[in-house]
Design a binder for this molecule. Structure first.
Ligand code: NI
Length: 391
């Protein structure tokens, strides 16, 4: 397919894509509750023609574009859910749902994939193989929508899968590509240190859960600094420490929770034991008890070498060298990894920040937004990559 044909098609859908994004931004829905969003996506896809639509789960949508010639099957994924945040942006299309906001750019992902579906469905007779558009619910909330969609069979017969995240930390005009491990496995832990409460003036009659829990927190830091290989990537962060009611009472218990991030499966498996050994040892040493709970979250996002190579080439061919931004992995989590379990796949970033336009707020911030010029870049990436990957 000719580059110019694709590029002019991208340009023609530009305004529509922005409008879809604004509509979705105005009507955000939380994870697993994307009823209206899914219906909107379904209706919009239906208006394109040439697509076989289905609803694999209550709030997800799949569109299949089956080309005139047989060939490979490429899946492209966009997530559609919003976050429980009260939007502080004041633009006209700010959220109309109190306390709910598209603060991660998933509105843009959905709009970009609609744009790609519109363009590619108009070229059905030139498509070899199949493009399967996956509009996924609930990326933000474990156990995540991706796994549910995979269970429903959306990846059956798929040879490759790609997806993208609009990324505000990267300036507009760049596309971020990572080979291999890209995003971490985000696990969660909960610890209760069980002491014995009592009068703060009589500590000898208590088992001071605060003093013991403080040691637990400090010693958990020894896992990364002393127990695991410095060349392996690992994060252990305590993010909550809940204890006490007032100044003269030693509380009976302390609740601690936090997150563990890793790439390597073996290392990941070893962490709960290392943690529990510390919790057990310290609480026992001081006559306290404990509870320890560890929950494995999404798998890490590991990009496939060959698909990533094609994505890198797509950036170079569709935009040029100045757009390509080879990136380091980060310790965030993404359930795109569920699709990668079923087919080789690559996730990439589309730069969406712009200091000049004051688009500087981080993801999940009440004033987060994206530079809408990034939408066109995302659509262009999808359609060019689709043509390249399907040959
Ligand atoms: Ni996100």
């Amino acid at each position: 397919m000719q580059t110019e044909t694709l590029n002019s098609a991208v340009e023609q859908t530009r305004e529509e894509v922005v409008n879809w994004r604004r509509y979705l931004h105005q009507h955000p829905e939380l994870s697993f509750q994307e009823e209206k969003t899914a219906q909107y996506v379904y209706d919009t896809l239906q208006s394109f023609g040439n697509l076989e639509l289905s609803r694999p789960t209550r709030t997800s949508v799949v569109a299949r574009l089956i080309g005139s010639e047989t060939g490979k099957v490429l899946a492209i994924r966009a997530d559609m859910d919003a976050l429980p945040i009260q939007e502080e942006n004041t633009f006209k299309f700010a959220s109309q749902n109190p306390g709910v906001m598209h603060a991660c750019g998933h509105d843009g992902h959905t709009a970009m994939l609609l744009g790609a579906a519109k363009i590619l469905s108009g070229m059905k007779d030139k498509i070899k193989g199949e493009v399967r558009f996956l509009f996924q619910h609930a990326e933000e909330l474990y156990p995540g929508g991706a796994e549910e969609m995979v269970q429903a069979g959306v990846m059956d017969g798929v040879d490759m899968v790609i997806g993208a995240h609009l990324w505000a930390p990267i300036e507009i005009g760049k596309v971020g590509v990572v080979y291999g491990a890209m995003m971490a496995a985000p696990d969660t832990f909960w610890i209760t240190v069980k002491g014995k409460g009592g009068h703060a003036a009589l500590p000898h009659d208590t088992i001071d859960s605060i003093a013991i829990a403080a040691q637990v927190v400090t010693n958990l830091q020894h896992i990364v600094s002393r127990n695991t290989d410095p060349l392996d990537n690992l994060v252990v962060s305590v993010t909550q420490f809940i204890a006490g009611t007032t100044h003269n009472v030693i509380p009976g218990a302390v609740e601690i929770c936090g997150t563990v991030r890793s790439f390597d499966a073996k290392l990941r498996e070893s962490v709960p034991q290392l943690m529990e050994r510390i919790v057990k040892g310290i609480t026992e040493a001081h006559g306290a008890g404990y509870e320890f709970k560890y929950q494995c979250g999404y798998r890490p996002v590991i990009n496939d070498e060959q698909v990533t190579k094609v994505i890198e080439e797509t950036v170079l061919e569709a935009f040029g060298e100045g757009t390509l931004y080879m990136m380091k992995p980060n310790m965030g989590g993404e359930d795109f990894s569920a699709f990668q379990q079923k087919a080789p796949g690559t996730y990439f970033y589309v730069g969406a920040g712009n200091k000049e336009k004051d688009i500087i707020y981080p993801h999940h911030h009440a004033r987060f937004t994206v530079d809408e010029d990034a939408l066109e870049i995302g659509v262009k990436m999808f359609v060019h990559a689709a043509c390249k990957l399907l040959g």
